[in-house]
Ligand binder design. Structure first.
Ligand SMILES: C[S@@+](CC[C@H](N)C(=O)[O-])C[C@H]1O[C@@H](n2cnc3c(N)ncnc32)[C@H](O)[C@@H]1O
Length: 215
């Protein structure tokens, strides 16, 4: 799998309206950030997609930047922000989660709904150090990833299999165990909770819903 095949898949799905993940209802869970962050806090949404979480974050009283590596979504998203008169609070930014073009310790919070499980395992240390770098100490990070508890997804059976990595149509999928999530983040973050959600029912994808606090 190369990142270019994956990026092409995402871009094509957004163009054709087949980006089914944009309907998976996790943005409501991200509202939990509202319990921990003060009004006006600055949040980075990593892999922001169509920006559905950004608009919710503005409603919650936050300022937010949506980081996306798909340039078509940046122009479209920033036009939508202008049309909704939210340009004082929101912005889409073109950039790579593995090389975030933003200053150290500049955010009070961050979120990633559905990007990390598409990052190649050898790049996890870079991903974690980039997210940790842009967050202030004490900042909160809300993360949703595919879980190894998944009984069945796209005809794969990660729960019953040794394998955690799969590929389809040029896209990489990793199914995380809770222990793996803890080990990955424990140096830079306190794990506040990991719980599980099965938005398509118990026989389909299981997602780990994780709240972390930057040390
Ligand atoms: C599964 S989608 C999730 C989108 C959004 N978070 C949501 O829940 O609707 C993953 C998104 O990450 C973006 N993406 C993939 N690799 C990226 C990278 N290295 N840096 C920034 N964004 C990336 C894709 O273009 C896609 O919009």
């Amino acid at each position: 799998m190369s990142y270019s095949s994956q990026n092409n898949f995402f871009a094509q799905a957004y163009r054709t309206g087949t980006d089914a993940w944009s309907a998976i209802p996790f943005t409501r869970r991200a509202h939990e950030l509202g319990l921990y962050l003060p009004h006006g806090a600055l949040v980075l949404d990593i892999g922001a997609g169509r920006g559905r979480l950004l608009f919710d974050l503005a409603e919650l009283g936050f300022r937010a930047i949506g980081l996306e590596n798909n340039p078509e979504l940046i122009a479209r998203g920033n036009n939508e922000i202008l049309a909704k008169n939210l340009d004082k609070d929101l912005r889409f930014l073109h950039g790579d989660a593995l090389n975030i073009p933003l200053a150290d310790q500049s955010f009070d919070g961050a979120s990633d709904i559905g990007l990390l499980h598409h990052v190649l395992p050898q790049d996890y240390p870079t991903y974690v150090s980039e997210v940790a770098r842009v967050l202030k100490p004490g900042a909160f990070f809300f993360l949703v990833v595919l879980s190894k508890n998944t009984p069945n997804y796209l005809s794969w059976k990660p729960q019953k299999s040794e394998a955690a990595d799969y590929e389809k149509e040029g896209v990489h999928y990793h199914f995380f165990s809770d222990d793996e999530i803890k080990k990955l983040f424990e140096k830079d973050f306190e794990i506040r909770h990991i719980d599980h959600d099965t938005p398509f029912g118990p026989k389909d994808a299981d997602f780990a819903v994780v709240l972390l606090k930057k040390k």
